[in-house]
Design a protein around this ligand. Structure first.
Ligand code: SAH
Ligand code: SF4
Length: 366
């Protein structure tokens, strides 16, 4: 591969690159790596300006029916004190987001599939919309759900759904999940297709730096996002948690710095290839590097999720260890973020939904 400028990278990545070519770009260092980041900045400026949108993150509940091998709140972790926010706590966080001009919130939590859970979320969506004049864009991230449930939530006002595929490679997926019907790759894929059919803005993503994961796997993930025409992507480095089965492989993991760098390069490649998607600068980036989210913005991300979960619950929502900001109030978070975003050369867009432009292009095409 002959690379002499960011233009060369744009040319390659925007013309159906093969898995092998993407894998090579993921290995770029020094000058070529800088060209990649410059290419991402160029595309970001051209297609989505340098605007950053906020999604106030509400970590609704850590009760989960699943047992994913990587996750700190998996069902079998008995060291977790389980909680679910009250309606008032959720509403207070939503009102805060509205008042501060965040434009959107994301309600995330463990996966439950009871009728009571479905009804509760529907009722919360109604209450939030009423309290905020339907002016908040609501993202849900509550795991795999049936078409009926997803339709009910869509009709109650959810507009986006985030469901990471975790790894698009079936073999790797099988290594990081229990082998049973509750943890089926096919079900996860099917849910992504249902979300699309129901006209949600569809978000997915993977963890980067998982045990057994190769650079080739990450290249496959990048092609998976492209082939599935995904609207929003949330990528983050895998960070080990001592109370999980995958912890036993900590000695074979790439160093944190490598996981971090590989995530940045993946973000940059996706920005160049997919141009107008929304991409999250994830909190897990900040867990590794205190300027991690700014670096992700500079590599091509455009979404930040300030944590609005009441502080007293934060240490019970530790998907991974060393999660940052667990003792900060929402106001501290907001002020610190605004300063960081300006440093990264971006501008915060207040009071806007900040929908994925890709979604509108895709709907227009079909
Ligand atoms: N239960 C829902 C949403 C909450 S989990 C779901 O699983 O879809 C949100 C995300 O946290 C997961 O998709 C996973 O990618 C991430 N996560 C879990 N454990 C992690 C870990 N150890 N390191 C990094 N990310 C992790
Ligand atoms: Fe539950 Fe999501 Fe954690 Fe899996 S990743 S155990 S589904 S919260």
């Amino acid at each position: 591969m002959n690379i002499n400028s960011p233009k060369d990278i744009i040319e390659i990545l925007q013309n159906n690159p093969s898995k092998a070519v993407i894998e090579q770009i993921l290995c770029f260092e020094e000058e070529n790596k800088n060209f990649l980041f410059q290419a991402a900045t160029e595309i970001k400026t051209k297609y989505i300006k340098n605007l950053v949108y906020f999604r106030g993150l509400i970590e609704y509940s850590n009760i989960c029916r699943k047992n994913c091998f990587y996750c700190g709140i998996r069902r079998e972790n008995e060291n977790v004190c389980r909680y679910t926010l009250t309606d008032d706590e959720v509403l207070e966080a939503a009102r805060y987001a509205y008042k501060e001009g965040f434009g959107s919130i994301a309600i995330q939590g463990g996966e439950l599939n009871s009728k009571a859970f479905c009804d509760k979320i529907t009722s919360l969506l109604n209450k939030i919309n009423k309290a905020t004049d339907n002016r908040l864009g609501i993202t849900l991230s509550l795991g795999e759900q049936t078409e009926e449930v997803l339709l009910e939530w869509k009709e109650a006002g959810a507009r986006r759904y985030l469901l990471r595929i975790e790894s698009s490679n079936r073999d790797l997926y099988a290594k990081i999940h229990p082998n049973d019907s509750v943890h089926s790759y096919d079900e996860r894929l099917k849910t992504l297709k249902i979300l699309r059919k129901l006209d949600y803005q569809v978000g997915t993503g993977v963890m980067i730096g998982l045990p057994f994961q190769t650079y080739e796997n990450v290249a496959e993930d990048i092609l998976f996002f492209k082939d599935n025409d995904i609207d929003m992507i949330g990528l983050g480095p895998y960070i080990e948690h001592a109370d999980t089965p995958l912890f036993q492989y900590r000695d074979i993991l790439p160093p944190l710095k490598e996981r971090f760098d590989l995530t940045l390069k993946t973000i940059a490649i996706l920005r160049v290839m997919q141009k107008d998607i929304n991409m999250v600068a994830s909190t897990a980036m900040q867990a590794i590097d205190k300027n991690g989210r700014e670096k992700a913005l500079m590599a091509g991300a455009n979404i930040i999720m300030p944590n609005l979960t009441p502080t007293k619950y934060r240490e019970d929502y530790l998907l991974y260890q060393n999660k940052p900001c667990i003792d900060e109030e929402a106001d501290d978070c907001k002020n610190c973020l605004a300063a960081r975003i300006t440093l990264a050369g971006d501008k915060i867009a207040y009071n806007e939904y900040g929908d994925s432009p890709h979604y509108f292009q895709r709907v227009k095409k079909n």
